[in-house]
Structures are given as structure tokens and as C-alpha cells.
Design a protein around this ligand. Structure first.
Ligand SMILES: [Zn+2]
Length: 560
């Protein structure tokens, strides 16, 4: 296939708006090829989009669906000859997830949190999400074996357990949520900061973070530790985040990437001493990113309207439910973590929500390098992923931001600096934040770019970058971003003129990391005891078997 004459943005390869042809063959980008021509003359062309953080599969998503039956009616799309029926807006069904990403030009999405014990369910749902390639990050931050290894300062054993946990869950990377807090929640409490001890384990969040970051680097994993910070969602939490990022600054990355990815930073950039004097501290966070290169973040942009929050941060969801008098689901995941689900509504006239909305945008606009700020809504926590076109147009148009701010609670002007920000991102910045950077942050060498050897995942937008001004024509831009001209996945046209025309199966990435035999054996001794004494199921029923991942991409890593 030849994609003819597009205006190409491929930041990884230093291409920013050059007219060129792209050749695809056998699912890859190649130097030269013959075959079907796609007319992209004058149209905006980018690599397929990569979402590095969304909650799209697993038990918590299903809990969200059960708790919000009305959500199903809001996104109905009937069955067609080609397509399965779709339901849902904040918690869409599996088919809708694949189709809707594809229609926006996205070809890869990573599920942000799966406990090992529930990973078979996660993969069953990932298998049912069509078109896009996938992966899942495995939860380690309150896991008993992790806490014991950290307490004993036994990094070799910790690395061996992480390697085993990734294999057991067919997971791609190390996710840490409110480290230690999930365990504390089992006793009805929480950890209050980096040095607050975890009940019964004689260790602290700081030690857990440092231990897992070191183990992650020992294992040479493609992705860094992916962290949801302690105190997330609380006024004044920005100091916790700054301290967290500083505490891993001395650890060297063994790959060409960050040592820590702090996720949905919007929820961790809060000032004030309580909800009454709640304010944005995004400028402080952005300044830290402008001075440091060892960390990356994603926005976690908030979208007004319905959201279904779901997280392994159990105590956070308890607080949300109490504050909002909302429905609440609470879950203790055996030896591994806690979690909770709370449906809620973000309101334009609610001061806290208006400020949260501004914070996400401030983070992206005040951080100079787009390589450090991935575009996410933490679907469906900040809002559903189908709103990415909305977020992109907000970043590209000050006029649009002003239109929106006029509809919000007036405190947004006093408690944030958003009204003073002139910056408008360009297509190069957007291509970085939605493709090149997420692929680099995740360590996906064949995604997020269009160099020879890259996956043949390409988006052609119905937009002429040389004729349209996104700062002014933001309505037209948003529409075009939501229904692309073409999405090409693995060399096959899957979307044409905003409609799905083919439904291939996606592949699932997971990481197989090798460790020294003696450490692997020491872990097995511990696990035999834990399965006998504590787990409700046997180890043989716990592991994700090959049958659960029918089209795997196994990425090798390990202790050198
Ligand atoms: Zn998340």
C-alpha cells in the first residue's frame, strides 16, 4: 500500500509537516512498495495513536458497568453486518472500545491496572476488544511478596517476583497505585505520606517506590514503573508528588527512557489545605518537569459530565463516595491490593471540578517539552477516552479555552493561571503527545512512528494542515479528529470516512523477563506458602495460561 502525498508528522524521525509518501508491506512500514494507493494529498498524516493509560478491561470495568446500568443506554450503536452492537459512554462494552479508538485514529491502548489474580478476566476482555493492539500493566504496590522483599531489602528476590508476576499476569509493566495504601486499607486506614509505615510490614511507601524502581531497572523492562501517587485526589498533594519524583532521581535508567512515569498528574497537582481553599499547583509541577528529565507524566484531563471512577486506590474511592454521597463499590484483592469504583458527575459550576479541568490543561501547556506530558483522560476516571478530540482542540486553541472558561465557575480564574496562558500547541506537539511520546514512554519500538520497520499503523485525518488554523477553526478540527479519513492498522484499512470497514484482531504485548535461577527458586518457596495459607485459589488456576492470549507479542527482558 502507498499512502500518497500526505502532510506527515512523525516526530520520532524528526518529520514535522513534510509532504511525503508512506509505503506499507506485510504489516510494516518499508522503504518502497507497490500496491493499492490511498490518496492523502494535502491531508494530515500521523502514526496510529497510542494510549498509554486507560481502564478498558478487567473486573473493575465490569463493576462499573454493573453500577451504572443507565450508562449503557447513552452510547447505543446497533449491530450491523460487520459490527457487533455497542453500548455505553463512560464504561462502553468491549466492541465499542475497539471501534471508537479506531475511529479516532488510535491503534494501540494499554490497560492501566490489573491485579495478577484477576488478570485472566482482564485478558478475556482484552481479547474481545477488536482492532487495536493492547497490553496491561500489573499492580505491585501493595502486594505482600513485594512488601516483604522491600522490608528485607532483598532486591534480587523482588526482581524475581516482579518477573514472575508479569509472566503470571501476562502483564507488560509495573503499576504502583498509592503504594502501601492498598494494604493499609485492609485495616480501614491509609498511608498518609511517603514515610508513613504500612501496617504490619515495617516498610514505607518511599521504600516500596524505590525498591520497585530499582527492580524495574534490574530487569531492563521496556517501560518504567508507572505510578499513581500517594495522597492522590487530596488538596495539598503536590508536595507529595515533588518529593516522590525527587526520591527516585538518583536511580539510573537502564534504557533510553524515564525511570518513573507519574500517571494522571492532574489528580496529584493540588494545592490548598482543604476543599475550601483548593487551588492549582500545576505551575510548580510543570516547573519541576522543565528542570528534570528522569520522569514523565500523563495529563489525566478531566471532562465535564459523567465519569465512572475506578482505581486500586481503595481509600480514595471511600472518600469520594462519602464526599459526593455516591454509590460505592469496595474490593479487597486477597494479598495484592484494594480497589473501588464510584460513578460521579463533573460539573461546570462546581468550583473544585472547574479547577481540576484547568489543572490538566495547565500541566500540558506549562511543561515545555510535549515528550514529557502524554495526553490522557485516565479513561473513565477523568472522563471517557472519546473526548480526546476535545482535549486536543483545547490545547491548540486559546479561543476555545476562553469559550469554555466563560461557562465555568468563576473561581477557575482566581485559583489557576490558565487564563494567562497564551500557548497554543501545534500538530507536531499533538503528534508527540498522542503517538511518539506514549510509544517511547512504554518502550514500544515499533509503535508511534513511521520509520522503516515500524508497524503499519497510520492515521489520515480529513484536515489540510496548510489550510486550516486550529486556533480559530477548532469546531471543524474536533469533528475531524473524532472521525478520521483513514485508520490503517497493521497495513489494513480499518476506518474509511469515519466508518469501520474491517475488524481485524489486535495483538497483546507482554513482557517475559528472565532472572537468575536461584532467585526464581527463592520466590517459589514463598509462593508455595502463600498459596497454601492465604490465597483462595491454587497457583495452577492463578496463572494466565497461553489460551487467554491468542495473539501475543512477547517482549523479552531480564537481569543481564
Ligand atoms: Zn488510571
Amino acid at each position: 500500500m502507498i499512502i500518497k502525498g500526505g502532510i506527515v508528522y512523525d516526530p520520532t524521525n524528526g518529520i514535522f509537516g513534510e509532504e511525503m509518501d508512506i509505503f506499507l508491506e506485510k504489516g510494516k512500514v518499508v522503504e518502497e512498495a507497490k500496491g493499492k494507493e490511498i490518496d492523502a494529498r494535502g491531508l494530515l498524516v500521523m502514526p496510529g495513536g497510542v494510549d498509554a493509560h486507560a481502564h478498558v478491561a478487567g473486573t473493575k470495568v465490569n463493576t462499573g458497568r454493573i453500577m451504572r446500568p443507565e450508562d449503557a443506554r447513552s452510547g447505543l450503536e446497533p449491530k450491523t453486518k460487520l459490527l457487533r452492537p455497542c453500548t455505553g459512554y463512560t464504561v462502553p462494552n468491549c466492541y465499542a472500545i475497539g471501534y471508537r479508538y479506531a475511529r479516532m485514529g488510535y491503534t494501540t491502548v494499554f490497560e492501566a491496572a490489573t491485579p495478577i489474580i484477576e488478570s485472566r478476566h482482564t485478558h478475556e476482555e482484552l481479547e474481545e476488544i477488536p482492532i487495536v493492539d493492547k497490553g496491561a500493566l500489573t499492580l505491585f504496590g501493595s502486594n505482600w511478596e513485594v512488601l516483604e522483599c522491600v522490608r528485607d531489602d532483598d532486591l534480587d528476590k523482588l526482581a524475581a517476583y516482579v518477573a514472575w508476576g508479569l509472566r503470571a499476569s501476562r502483564g507488560y509493566g509495573v503499576k504502583v497505585v498509592n503504594p502501601g495504601g492498598g494494604e493499609a486499607w485492609g485495616f480501614g486506614t491509609n498511608v498518609k505520606g511517603l514515610d508513613d509505615p504500612v501496617p504490619n510490614f515495617d516498610t514505607t511507601p518511599r521504600e516500596i517506590i524505590r525498591g520497585l524502581v530499582k527492580a524495574n531497572e534490574m530487569l531492563n523492562l521496556p517501560h518504567s514503573v508507572h505510578l499513581h501517587t500517594n495522597n492522590l485526589g487530596k488538596p495539598g498533594n503536590y508536595t507529595t508528588v515533588l518529593d516522590t519524583m525527587d526520591t527516585v532521581k538518583d536511580i539510573t535508567s537502564t534504557r533510553d527512557r524515564q525511570v518513573l512515569h507519574v500517571t494522571h498528574m492532574q489528580f496529584s497537582s493540588y494545592g490548598g489545605t482543604g476543599w475550601r481553599d483548593f487551588e492549582s499547583e500545576a505551575p510548580q509541577i510543570a516547573e519541576y518537569f522543565n528542570r528534570n528529565d528522569h520522569v514523565t507524566m500523563d495529563m489525566g484531563q478531566m471532562i465535564f459530565g459523567n465519569a465512572t471512577t475506578m482505581t486500586a486506590d481503595g481509600p480514595l474511592e471511600y472518600n469520594n463516595a462519602r464526599l459526593l454521597h455516591a454509590k460505592w463499590s469496595n474490593h479487597d484483592i486477597e494479598l495484592e491490593d484494594s480497589s473501588g469504583v464510584v460513578p460521579l458527575v463533573y460539573g461546570r459550576k462546581m468550583p473544585v471540578n472547574a479547577i481540576q479541568w484547568a489543572i490538566g490543561l495547565e500541566l500540558a501547556l506549562l511543561t515545555e517539552s510535549p515528550w514529557k506530558t502524554l495526553l490522557t483522560t485516565d479513561h473513565p476516571n477523568g472522563g471517557p477516552f472519546v473526548n480526546y478530540p476535545e482535549v486536543i482542540t483545547l490545547l491548540m486553541s486559546k479561543a476555545k479555552r476562553e469559550e469554555e472558561m466563560a461557562t465555568l465557575h468563576e473561581l477557575v480564574a482566581k485559583r489557576t493561571v490558565l487564563p494567562t496562558i497564551e500557548r497554543e500547541l501545534d500538530w507536531g506537539d499533538i503528534a508527540v503527545m498522542t503517538r511518539a511520546a506514549p510509544a517511547k514512554v512504554l518502550g514500544l519500538a515499533e509503535k508511534g512512528h513511521l520509520g522503516v520497520g515500524a508497524d503499519a499503523d497510520v492515521t489520515v485525518y480529513d484536515l489540510r494542515p496548510e489550510k486550516i488554523d486550529p486556533a480559530r477553526d477548532h469546531k471543524r478540527v474536533k469533528e475531524a479528529l473524532g472521525r478520521v479519513k483513514y485508520t490503517i492498522k497493521g497495513g489494513e484499512v480499518v476506518v474509511r470516512d469515519g466508518e469501520i470497514v474491517a475488524v481485524p484482531r489486535g495483538r497483546t504485548y507482554w513482557v517475559d523477563a528472565s532472572v537468575p535461577e536461584k532467585d526464581a527458586e527463592r520466590v517459589q518457596v514463598d509462593l508455595v506458602e502463600k498459596f497454601e495459607k492465604y490465597y483462595s485459589i491454587q497457583k495452577s488456576n492463578y496463572m494466565v495460561q497461553d489460551a487467554y492470549v491468542t495473539d501475543p507479542v512477547v517482549v523479552k527482558a531480564g537481569v543481564i
